[in-house]
Design a protein around this ligand. Structure first.
Ligand code: UD1
Length: 434
C-alpha cells in the first residue's frame, strides 16, 4: 500500500507553482462533447486521476481524445455511445456532468448514479429537475439515470436552483447551449470554475452570459465547434499551500494563485496573523511573527464564502493555533471524518453537530493516519508538517484524485516528505528526500 511519510518540524520556503483546476477541467472535458465539428485543445490540464477518468469517460462515448503532458485534444465529431461504462462513472461524482452535454448532443444519456468522495449524501435531484424543465424525460432504473430528450431536442427554460449546486449549474448550462431558445438559471453557483466553463463554451460558439453571478442566461445555438482553452489555476491547491505556508512556512510564494478566487481564505489567514502580498503572478505568504497562528471562526458556504474544500486543511492548521477555533460546515453533511485522524495526532477537537471546536495545542505528534477523502488527505499532510516525529499517511488514492505531485511540490519547498509505493517501515527517524 502506498504511503506518504513526513518528518515534521522543517519550515517551508520557496516557490510552488499551482496547476490547472481539477474542478474546471472536469466539466470542460465533458463540455467538449458538445462540439459536432473541429478539435478542442485544452491546456493546463493537471495530471490527476479524476482528469483521466473524465478523459476515459468521453473517449468511451466515441470522442477521439489525445493527451500530451499538460494538454488534452478532443474531437467529438463522431459520438456514438450514450452510456459510459458504469465502473468509470462510479469512480467520481463529477462524471454526472456528462449527462447534460451528452443528452443535448445525442438526445439520450444513461449515467450511473455517481460515486466520489465519501463526504455524506450528495444527491443529483437538482441536475435531474433542471434537465426535466428543459423537456427531458428522466427515469431511474438499475442504479442509472436514463435521460431522453423530446422530439426536436431540448428547449430553453427558467430554472431556479434550491441550492446553488456547482454540478447542477454546469449540467444545465451545458445542455442549454444546444437547446431551442433561452434558458435562465437563477440561484446559480458562482464558483470561478463555472466562469471558466462558460468562457470555454463561448469560445466553442455558445452564448452564455452572467456566469459568476447568480443569474446565468444561455441563448441556445444550433451547433458548437472545438475551441482552444487554457484552464484556470486550481484555487483549492493554491489554498492548500497557502494554509501550509501560514502554519509551517518561512516565506512561501504560491505562483499562479489568483487572489480574487481566494478572497475568503486570504482574509482568514490575515486574521490569523499571516502576512500576505499578492502580485500579478501569485501570492506571497510570510510567517507569523509569533510562529503560532491565532484561532479563527470559519464557516463554509458557497462561493465567494469560505470553500468547503479548504475546510479540512484549515482544521489541520487550527489544531496548532493559539486559542479555541470553531469550524462550521454548512455545504456537506458528514465532512468531519478527518477530525478523527487529527485526534490520533493529539489534536483536541470536539464535534457538535455541524460545528467542530478546535482547542489549539503547541504541537501535534506524528502518527499513522488515513486519508478518508481527497481534502482530508491534504489536511493530514499539513498536520504532519507541524507534528513532532514521523507521520505516515495512507489512503493515497484520494490524494491522487486531486493533487498533482503533492509530495514533489512540498519537497521543493524544503519539507522532509516522501512517498513509498510499498509497505516498508523506515529504519531511521529521518526521512530521506528523494
Ligand atoms: C463541487 C466540487 C466539490 C465541492 C463542491 C462544493 C467539482 C468536481 N466538485 O461538487 O469539490 O466540494 O462543489 O463547493 O466541481 N445537492 C443537492 N442536490 C443536487 C446537487 C447538490 O442536494 O442535485 C447538494 C449537495 O448534497 C451538497 C450541496 O448541494 O450538500 C452542494 O453540492 P454541489 O455544489 O452540487 O457540489 P458538487 O458539484 O458535487
Amino acid at each position: 500500500m502506498a504511503k506518504i511519510i513526513i518528518e515534521g518540524g522543517h519550515r517551508l520556503h520557496g516557490t510552488v507553482r499551482i496547476g490547472g483546476a481539477k474542478n474546471a477541467v472536469l466539466p470542460i472535458l465533458a463540455a467538449s462533447i458538445l462540439a459536432s465539428s473541429g478539435t478542442s485543445v485544452i491546456e493546463e490540464v493537471p495530471s490527476l486521476l479524476d482528469a483521466e477518468y473524465m478523459a476515459a469517460t468521453i473517449a468511451s462515448l466515441g470522442a477521439d481524445v489525445r493527451r500530451k503532458p499538460g494538454q488534452v485534444m478532443v474531437n467529438a465529431t463522431n459520438l456514438r455511445e450514450v452510456e459510459p461504462p458504469h465502473e468509470l462513472v462510479r469512480q467520481m461524482r463529477a462524471s454526472f456532468v456528462v449527462a447534460g452535454p451528452l443528452l443535448a448532443r445525442t438526445g439520450e444519456a444513461v449515467i450511473a448514479m455517481p460515486g466520489g468522495c465519501n463526504i455524506g449524501p450528495r444527491p443529483v435531484d437538482l441536475h435531474i429537475k433542471g434537465l426535466e424543465a428543459m423537456g427531458a424525460q428522466a427515469r431511474i432504473e438499475n442504479g442509472c439515470v436514463h435521460f431522453v430528450a423530446p422530439k426536436g431536442g431540448l428547449h430553453g427554460a427558467r430554472i431556479y436552483l434550491d441550492i446553488p449546486s456547482v454540478g447542477a449549474t454546469q449540467n444545465i448550462m451545458m445542455a442549454a447551449c444546444l437547446a431551442r431558445g433561452q434558458t435562465v438559471i437563477e440561484n446559480a453557483a458562482k464558483e470561478p470554475e463555472n466562469v471558466d466553463l462558460a468562457n470555454y463554451l463561448n469560445a466553442m460558439g455558445a452564448r452564455v452570459r452572467g456566469a459568476g453571478t447568480d443569474t446565468i442566461r444561455i441563448e441556445g445555438v444550433r451547433e458548437l465547434h472545438g475551441a482552444n482553452h487554457s484552464v484556470i489555476p486550481d484555487r483549492i491547491e493554491a489554498g492548500t499551500f497557502l494554509i501550509a505556508g501560514a502554519v509551517a512556512g518561512d516565506g512561501v510564494y504560491v505562483e499562479n494563485a489568483v487572489s480574487q478566487h481566494l478572497s475568503s481564505l486570504l482574509a482568514k489567514l490575515e486574521e490569523a496573523g499571516a502576512e500576505i502580498v499578492d502580485d500579478v503572478r501569485g501570492i506571497h505568504i510570510w510567517p507569523i511573527p509569533t510562529r503560532r497562528i491565532r484561532a479563527l471562526d470559519v464557516k463554509t458556504h458557497y462561493h465567494p464564502a469560505y470553500p468547503t474544500d479548504l475546510q479540512a486543511p484549515m482544521m489541520a492548521a487550527l489544531c496548532v493555533a493559539e486559542g479555541t477555533s470553531t469550524i462550521t460546515e454548512t455545504v456537506f453533511e458528514n465532512r468531519f471524518k478527518h477530525a478523527g485522524e487529527l485526534q490520533r495526532m493529539g489534536a483536541e477537537i470536539h464535534i457538535e453537530g455541524r460545528t467542530a471546536i478546535v482547542e489549539g495545542i503547541e504541537r501535534l505528534s506524528g502518527a499513522e493516519v488515513t486519508a478518508t477523502d481527497l481534502r482530508a488527505g491534504a489536511a493530514l499532510v499539513i498536520a504532519g508538517l507541524v507534528a513532532d516525529g514521523l507521520t505516515t499517511v495512507s489512503g493515497l488514492h484520494h490524494i491522487d484524485r486531486g493533487y498533482e505531485n503533492l509530495v514533489g511540490k512540498f519537497q521543493a519547498l524544503g519539507a522532509r516528505i516522501r512517498r513509498i509505493e510499498q509497505d516498508r517501515v523506515p529504519r531511521s527517524s529521518s526521512v530521506a528526500v528523494v
